[in-house]
Design a protein around this ligand. Structure first.
Ligand code: UT7
Length: 330
């Protein structure tokens, strides 16, 4: 599977740390020093997950030089769908990708990496030739805007990567590992509320609805700085790759201190660690493709570059992959 194109889309409104401090008891110095975040994009009512993701896909298709009809698969990683029955088919309809099958995959901040790895299996099996892998989230709809421990962290965004079957020498997924540990699920949740509704006689049913994001920040932080280096070390060893052969670290953008800790573990210099936390915060499933798209567009990531990538978050779930960027073919 080769990584040949990318695209992204962001809501128009940017909310700075200073602006947020007018609503909750926080300040720019705390947020920047503890997270590296300076601002985040927040989607308005008309900027749906579908519209942002479809825009990102349109850019990725143009970058790859593909028609929508040539797609076999659209895989959307998200935890904040427009429709719990599935949002990917709506994106398919916007694109006019009538020959593709489109469905959603949920793995929180690991979602994009899991979706990319899943897509690679279809491509390896021969049933898919061309696919768009999307990471998109609008957690602004699910944070408690009065909870300073979480509302400062998250932002909205969507990004897509165009991938296709290729010869072995162009392979863009050189190795990977995927992990989850449901026993630690309670550390980070966007879970159903416990609301009963009486039906008939003694019979009652749950009413659907979700509580805002709840996170034990310190536990998730400790989990990330322990598991991300471990899983990346496994991937690199399996690929026979030394950290000094990496062109970039492309990690889930949750906290600059996590990026720095992982970089230090592998002795990757700061200038090879991709970070856009300052502008966008944590966009959950979107962070990795959003960062990739930015670095491809501004010329930092070039064809042939190797990127060590890791997604981690709710589940708890995490994974690592060694990627190679190909760029548009022909
Ligand atoms: O994408 C999914 C993966 N998520 C992550 O990887 C997030 C991992 N966790 C983190 O990044 C960090 O734990 C946070 C950024 C969430 C929090 O940073 P921390 O250094 O762990 O802070 P803390 O939770 O230990 O809180 C320290 C203090 C507390 O005050 P007291 O109790 O010491 O008086 C908090 O109440 O900072 C306070 N605090 C704030 N102060 C100003 C918490 N949030 C804020 C805030 N502004 N926004």
């Amino acid at each position: 599977m080769a990584l040949v194109g990318c695209g992204s889309a962001l809501p128009a409104a940017s909310v700075s740390n200073a602006a947020l401090s007018e609503r909750v008891d926080t300040n720019d110095a705390w947020i920047r020093s503890r997270t590296g975040i300076g601002a985040r994009r927040v989607a308005g009512p008309d900027e749906t997950l579908t519209s942002l993701a479809a825009e990102a896909c349109t850019h990725a298709l143009a970058h790859a030089g593909w028609s929508p009809e040539s797609l076999d698969l659209i895989l959307l990683a998200t935890s904040s769908p427009d429709d719990l029955f599935g949002t990917a088919p709506r994106i398919q309809a916007c694109l006019g990708a009538r020959n593709a099958v489109a469905f959603d995959l949920t793995a929180a901040c690991s979602g994009f990496l899991f979706a990319l790895i899943t897509t690679a299996q279809y491509i390896a099996g021969g049933s898919v030739r061309r696919a768009l892998v999307i990471g998109a989230d609008q957690l602004s709809r699910w944070v408690d805007w009065d909870d300073r421990r979480t509302c400062v962290l998250f932002g909205d965004g969507a990004a897509a990567v165009a991938v296709e079957a290729c010869d072995a020498d162009a392979n863009g997924l050189l190795g990977f590992r995927m992990r989850s540990d449901g026993s630690r699920n309670g550390c980070l949740t966007l879970a159903q509320t416990d609301q009963r509704q009486a039906l008939l006689g003694n019979l009652s049913a749950q009413r659907g609805g979700f509580a805002p994001i709840h996170m034990n920040g310190q536990e998730v932080y400790k989990f990330a700085v322990r598991e991300v280096p471990a899983v990346l070390a496994e991937v690199l060893e399996a690929c026979g790759t030394e950290a000094n052969q990496l062109d970039w670290l492309l990690l889930h953008q949750a906290n600059q201190r996590i990026l720095d800790a992982v970089a230090e573990r592998f002795k990757v210099p700061p200038e090879r660690v991709l970070s856009n936390l300052a502008s966008y915060g944590n966009t959950s499933a979107a962070t990795i493709p959003l960062m990739l798209d930015e670095a491809v567009r501004d010329g930092r990531v070039k064809p042939g570059h190797r990127l060590a990538s890791s997604g981690f978050g709710a589940g708890l779930s995490w994974g690592g992959a060694l990627l190679r960027w190909s760029g548009p073919q022909g």
